[in-house]
Design a protein around this ligand. Structure first.
Ligand SMILES: C[S@@+](CC[C@H](N)C(=O)[O-])C[C@H]1O[C@@H](n2cnc3c(N)ncnc32)[C@H](O)[C@@H]1O
Length: 366
């Protein structure tokens, strides 16, 4: 069987390219069910591999935020014509554009209106194949139902903030340039970093710095904040960065306020709760063979994804008091690669933001 390839490479050589479609590996879910990266390839995926051997689109494209692990995500999602993908973290539309170029339909969700505006303008050429929607991915069931969509073939979450958000001092994420202490990804939200820093109890601040920032000097940072705010409200990013820098030492070349800022951002945006909710909801929203791909940037997020995927991919559960293992009622996924996929050295050199990225993939079994 011969199928045409749609993407950028057609543009590169000015004509359509055709590749043979190989037979699918036989297995209940249409996928090879043993572990190892190689097993991820089935017929569709061979097509993607074929394309990838001929170059990668970022070489010729401008990205507002380079899509991290783009080729690996393409390979996992196989976003060919007829597939429908929910990109829960649209951002600059980098990953969505890769999917659209391969012929998939994309529902691009972001809670940040600025990201939606940017990506919608950029992807306007794909017409009805791209559907932007403003919302939080933790509500993906309601968002999809509102569009009349029951199930999709892929869900991507590329967690955290975009370079664009980080680099804009007015968004209040940066400790390098001064700006209002904000950090809301969704500007309709009532609660900002300024509210958190000026109103939370010292114990609560300590807890989030420790839990979300993995900050060893959490108590010291919290105490310094409480003392400083008694004299004057903490209203800007540089004000906060300087209070924290006075009591937290610099570790491995990183700005001393890095972990405190990360913790506040996670708390303000309810990032971990949103992730946990979306993972659970993904089970019913993925069609059989559908792919869940989650890109994380720190160990807290990765731990949540890893635990979820392992719990949901064990066909059996065992307890010491049982005579034998029992079927796992939560079994829903096959893990084509058990370990997290990390960016190549080349990608890390080209895009330093990719350095801490980890990609985990799960395939829905029926
Ligand atoms: C790392 S960027 C995504 C970049 C995108 N994959 C690309 O290639 O351009 C993350 C984006 O997800 C959005 N975001 C983060 N958490 C979200 C959530 N819970 N719901 C909706 N959007 C979210 C942020 O506003 C940001 O625009």
């Amino acid at each position: 069987m011969i199928i045409p390839i749609k993407p950028w490479l057609d543009l590169a050589n000015g004509k359509g390219t055709q590749v043979p479609l190989r037979r699918m590996h036989a297995s209940p879910a249409g996928l090879a069910l043993s572990s190892g990266w190689g097993d991820l390839w089935n017929a569709d995926r061979d097509v993607i591999r074929f394309e990838l051997e001929r170059g990668f689109p970022t070489e010729n494209m401008e990205f507002y935020h380079e899509p991290i692990l783009g080729r690996e995500i393409l390979a996992a999602m196989a976003p060919l014509e007829g597939k429908q993908i929910f990109d829960g973290t649209l951002g600059g539309g980098g990953h969505s554009e890769l999917f659209l170029r391969h012929g998939a339909h994309v529902i691009g969700c972001d809670q940040d209106q600025a990201a939606l505006d940017y990506a919608s303008a950029r992807l306007a050429g794909f017409g009805d194949a791209f559907l932007p929607v403003r919302g939080n991915f933790r509500d993906l069931d309601g968002l999809l139902a509102g569009l009349g969509i029951g199930q999709v073939d892929g869900i991507l979450l590329d967690l955290g903030v975009s370079s664009k958000q980080l680099d804009d001092p007015l968004r209040g994420f940066s400790f390098r340039e001064d700006g209002p202490l904000d950090m809301r990804m969704d500007d309709r939200a009532a609660f900002s970093a300024r509210d958190l820093v000026n109103s939370w109890e010292e114990e609560e601040l300590t807890r989030i710095f420790r839990e979300y920032g993995e900050e060893r000097h959490a108590a010291r940072a919290a105490r310094a904040i409480v003392k400083a705010r008694a004299e004057e409200e903490i209203a800007t990013t540089l004000q906060l960065a300087s209070i924290v820098s006075r009591v937290v030492p610099k570790v491995s070349g990183k700005h001393p306020a890095t972990r405190v800022f990360q913790a506040i951002r996670i708390a303000v945006n309810g990032e971990l709760e949103a992730l946990e909710t979306a993972l659970e909801k993904s089970v019913d929203l993925l069609a059989s063979g559908g792919v869940l791909a989650i890109l994380t940037f720190h160990s807290l997020e990765d731990r949540i994804v890893k635990r979820f995927m392992h719990r949901r991919s064990s066909p059996f559960v065992d307890r010491p008091e049982w005579p034998e293992p029992r079927p796992n009622p939560e079994f829903a996924f096959h893990l084509p690669v058990r370990k997290a996929v990390e960016p190549s050295e080349e990608e890390q050199r080209r895009n330093p933001r990719s350095r801490s990225a980890k990609l985990r993939i799960a395939v829905r079994v029926s």
